[in-house]
Design a protein around this ligand. Structure first.
Ligand SMILES: C[S@@+](CC[C@H](N)C(=O)[O-])C[C@H]1O[C@@H](n2cnc3c(N)ncnc32)[C@H](O)[C@@H]1O
Length: 220
């Protein structure tokens, strides 16, 4: 097991697969494989189940998450990817926003036993409604799969003073009829218009069809 990239640490790789060191040894979140090496338990991070793992697997290396990062995670669902982010940001905090009641119930279970993960029942299009739970964050990660993805992530970055943003753009959620490339270009242009600098924009094929991960930062 090797550290994937020493600039960000805490993500590991072995024979092309990606892992995080588990915050909660012995516990699986989504049936992932667990391996113990030299007393540390690693959870396999499946690129078919997590767009953030897909981003790393296809060669993405703009990865702003550090061990003490505070992260606002929008579209947490049942907590699959947020649990890996919480492994990485083991001394930080991951505020997990989800608006679907059923997914939220599963998310609450995932957060049990992971003290740095906080579930928030909220609508990512209304940051003022959950501002009381997280005053400032370093990173906003967004995977809500709905329209206006650029504005939703930028509104949250502005509201929480985040330096870095990451958005998993699902072209079909913006417009089922438009070519995905056109949607990706329009999303990148909108992020720039909102005052942010794009650091990386990368297709998640073959793991996710017609998806692009965009990584950006405040441009000051
Ligand atoms: C593609 S799934 C997220 C998967 C998750 N990020 C992962 O990798 O484990 C999208 C989630 O976003 C949630 N969602 C969609 N719109 C939302 C909104 N406006 N506010 C909060 N959650 C939203 C959906 O209910 C769904 O659970």
């Amino acid at each position: 097991m090797e550290v994937m990239d020493h600039t960000f640490g805490r993500v590991f790789t072995d024979r092309g697969r990606v892992y995080t060191a588990s915050m909660q040894p012995g516990k699986r979140v989504y049936g992932e494989r667990l391996y113990t090496v030299s007393g540390t338990e690693y959870r396999e991070w499946d690129p078919r189940r997590s767009k953030l793992s897909a981003y790393l697997t296809v060669g993405g290396r703009c990865f702003p998450f550090r061990s003490d990062s505070r992260v606002l995670y929008l579209g947490a669902s049942s907590g699959t990817t947020p649990s890996h982010v919480a492994d990485v940001c083991c001394e930080g905090r991951v505020f997990c926003v989800e608006f679907a009641q059923r997914m939220f119930r599963d998310l609450v279970k995932t957060c049990e036993g992971r003290p740095n993960m906080m579930p928030i029942l909220g609508d990512a299009t209304r940051p003022s409604e959950y501002a009381m739970f997280a005053d400032s964050v370093d990173i906003v990660y967004q995977d809500v799969a709905q329209k206006r993805q650029a504005d939703i992530v930028c509104d949250n970055m502005d509201a929480f003073g985040a330096e870095f943003g990451m958005v998993a753009v699902k072209a079909r959620s913006e417009d089922v009829t438009a070519p995905p490339e056109q949607i990706f270009e329009a999303t990148e242009a909108r992020i720039r218009e909102r005052g942010y600098r794009i650091l990386d924009a990368r297709s998640l094929e073959p793991h996710e069809k017609a998806h692009e991960m965009i990584v950006f930062r405040r441009d000051d």
